[in-house]
Design a protein around this ligand. Structure first.
Ligand code: HEC
Length: 182
């Protein structure tokens, strides 16, 4: 860009001749005038507006849809455990052994065994996952894809209530929250 360099040179010369040359002038010289400003660093993701749960929804066909409401028996369940380093380590061990193969080691839904599934294993790092109540997690973990509307959509999510006891299910939910930053 020789013309640009020349232009900058001229401005610099003019500037040096003047006693009041501001930092802005110098900055202006360093930029090519026709070069657009570098796009402002990636815009922050729009805050999730919800609702996270809805009576009618097309999840799991559309993973960005609100999630179905859990049945009354699960709706108000609360994780009784705290995310202490010890509990998170236990939750991670359960996750790595049982869930990572489909949901991926970092919860992105990209585990090797999930590649051919439809619907795909959930990516736990999306904005909706910061809003889902404990009762939804516990319902999904307990019953998996065996209940409506997940069964009708062909979900391969296994039901864990027979192989993980309640404490183990809450532990793995605590660990999952480290992906969703809930
Ligand atoms: C065989 C593959 C497979 C394994 C193993 C598996 N999942 Fe899933 N999971 C899925 C699929 C597919 C979906 C998406 C469809 C659905 O929601 O039922 C899903 C969905 C979920 C959801 C609902 C998330 C949402 O966005 O609504 C939760 C919670 C979940 N899995 C937790 C787990 C946990 C925790 C484990 C391990 C204990 C696990 N899954 C193991 C396949 C799997």
């Amino acid at each position: 860009m020789p013309s640009c360099t020349r232009l900058a040179g001229v401005t610099l010369a003019a500037c040096l001749g003047l006693s009041a040359c501001t930092g802005r002038d110098i900055l202006a010289m360093r930029k090519h005038p026709e070069q657009p400003e570098a796009a402002a660093v990636t815009a922050p993701a729009a805050p999730f507006k919800g609702p996270a749960l809805a009576a009618a929804t097309d999840y799991p066909k559309n993973p960005d849809s609100p999630r179905p409401q859990p049945p009354a028996a699960f709706a108000s369940a609360k994780d009784p455990l705290q995310p202490t380093p010890e509990n998170l380590a236990k939750g991670k061990a359960i996750y790595d052994a049982n869930c990572a193969i489909c949901h991926g080691p970092a919860g992105l839904g990209n585990g090797a065994a999930g590649a051919s599934l439809n619907p795909k294993p959930a990516n736990f790092t999306t904005p909706i996952h910061t809003q889902l109540p404990d009762g939804y997690w516990f319902w999904r973990l307990s019953k998996g894809g065996t209940v409506s509307p997940f069964s009708g959509a062909g979900s391969a999510m296994p039901p864990w209530e027979t192989s993980l006891n309640q404490e183990q299910r809450w532990l793995v939910i605590l660990y999952e929250h480290t992906f969703s930053k809930k």
